[in-house]
Design a protein around this ligand. Structure first.
Ligand code: ADP
Ligand code: MG
Length: 234
């Protein structure tokens, strides 16, 4: 069974009396472990698509199924719980909490989840911070980190609860090209090593080097859907 299935998803926004069709009929199957990049010009519907996949926004028509569960059939509380457990986000502005250290930022989702004791949280956080390459910076505050390092912390925070899927809307938009490639390759490393599914939008042509699959959106429709082979170990 695919991890995620979108069936004829449409999303309209209203602007005064005018209907803006942001998504015009998206059919999409995403397998577990995929590393999918969504590209397309500004206004093509990338953010809307990610928000619908992340249950931040509800489609006007069509359905979003996770492991065969139709999210529109869940009530708000069930949907929120589903999202908390299974879906993580990475933002282009990093969204770290400035008064918490890198370690404390990464701990936060586990503290909120209330499933693990102190020791378990410490071990999980130490492990993921190591994997994203910030082992010696765990006690620094966001202001003491570069943009690329901050985004690594955000990746660790997204991954620490071991979600089904990580969604990232233009995660490299605020980074220079070297940092961007670095961040995309860290995400790909996570995808290779812990098999987390990533779905992210980008303007960055560098992504072509790392994505397993690239979808091009145009005017709210999928204009192309291509699998890549980069010689990564599979
Ligand atoms: P992208 O992320 O590819 O730039 P978006 O998903 O943000 O595209 O937007 C798709 C279309 O929907 C655009 O025409 C945009 O203006 C419109 N849109 C997005 N969000 C809203 C909103 N909250 N209200 C009205 N129109 C919106
Ligand atoms: Mg956008």
């Amino acid at each position: 069974m695919p991890l995620l299935e979108l069936v004829n998803v449409k999303k309209n926004y209203m602007k005064g009396e005018t209907i803006i069709p942001a998504l015009r009929g998206i059919d999409l199957l995403i397998e577990k472990g995929d590393f999918l990049s969504i590209v397309g010009p500004s206004g093509s519907g990338k953010s809307t698509l990610l928000n619908v996949i992340g249950c931040i926004d509800t489609p006007t028509q069509g359905s979003v199924l996770y492991d065969g569960t139709d999210l529109s059939e869940l009530n708000d509380k069930e949907k929120t719980n589903y999202r908390k457990e299974n879906i993580s986000f990475i933002f282009q502005s990093f969204n770290l909490i400035p008064v918490l250290t890198a370690r404390e930022n990464v701990e936060l989702p586990l503290i909120i989840e209330k499933k693990f004791n102190k020791e378990e949280i410490h071990d999980k956080v130490t492990n993921i911070i190591e994997i994203v390459g910030l082992g010696d910076m765990a006690d620094r505050f966001p202001r003491e980190l570069s943009g690329g390092q901050e985004q690594r912390v955000a990746i660790a925070r997204a991954l620490v609860k071991n979600p089904l899927v990580v969604l990232a809307d233009e995660p490299t938009a605020n980074l220079d090209s070297e940092m961007s490639e670095d961040i995309i390759s860290v995400m790909r490393k996570m995808n290779e090593e812990i098999h987390t599914t990533f779905i992210f939008s980008t303007h960055d042509p560098l992504v072509e080097k790392h994505a397993r699959r690239v979808i091009i959106l145009r005017d709210g429709l999928i204009a192309s859907d291509e699998r890549k082979n980069h010689g990564y170990a599979d």
